[in-house]
Write a protein of this length. Structure first.
Length: 201
């Protein structure tokens, strides 16, 4: 589907979407596995206490099943709501805090200074899944105390569980360079395609 057909809340007039970052499906599987392990642990804990009360295994089964069902529903819903939009003007990230609330953050290219990428561990690195961090410029805020100390605020924007995270980092580096030095060339940028080099266009 062409990027031009995608729209997100707050999108500006003539703002062009270059790529939609969605968490890799393995991130969802990992979260679900933790929920199911917790449910199993609760059931087994109640099962071992059978000598105290005969009905405890049924209570454990009920609680474990309830956590598994609700956890699956919440995780899938939050996974679907979490995504980021890379445009020719900025990066806008929507992150589900709960199944009912989604937080949004935006960072204009004019405020970005550099891009950083890294995997969580060796396994994620092998799967080419990692984190992309867009570093914002340093901001200092004067306090009202007598010492007049400066408080550093970190406005970096991070994208987690990104497939082809290194390639996306290089792509964002190119956008950042063009925005700073050749802004007229951004209009010629092609959308990012998460495929091996040589198979993208």
């Amino acid at each position: 589907m062409p990027m031009e057909s995608h729209y997100f809340p707050g999108q500006q007039t003539d703002e062009r979407v270059l790529y939609i970052v969605e968490p890799h499906i393995y991130a969802l599987y990992t979260g679900l596995a933790k929920i199911y392990l917790l449910s199993l642990a609760i059931f087994l804990s109640f099962l071992f206490l059978t000598s105290v009360m005969k009905g405890l295994p049924f209570i454990g089964l009920f609680l474990g099943s309830l956590i598994a069902v609700f956890g699956t529903w919440a995780s899938v819903l939050m996974f679907k709501k979490s995504r980021a939009y890379i445009t020719d003007r900025r990066i806008v990230r929507f992150e589900a805090a709960t199944p009912f609330a989604t937080n949004s953050r935006a960072l204009n290219w004019d405020d970005a200074v550099k891009i950083k990428t890294f995997p969580r561990n060796a396994l994620w690195k092998m799967l080419m899944i990692g984190t992309v961090v867009v570093h914002a410029g340093s901001t200092y805020v004067h306090t009202h105390e007598q010492t007049r100390e400066n408080v550093y605020t970190n406005d970096d924007l991070d994208l987690e569980h990104v497939y082809y995270y290194k390639d996306l980092g290089n792509y964002l580096d190119k956008i950042l360079y063009l925005f700073k030095h050749k802004p007229e060339d951004i209009a010629q940028m092609k959308p990012f395609v998460p495929k091996p080099a040589g198979q993208r266009y």
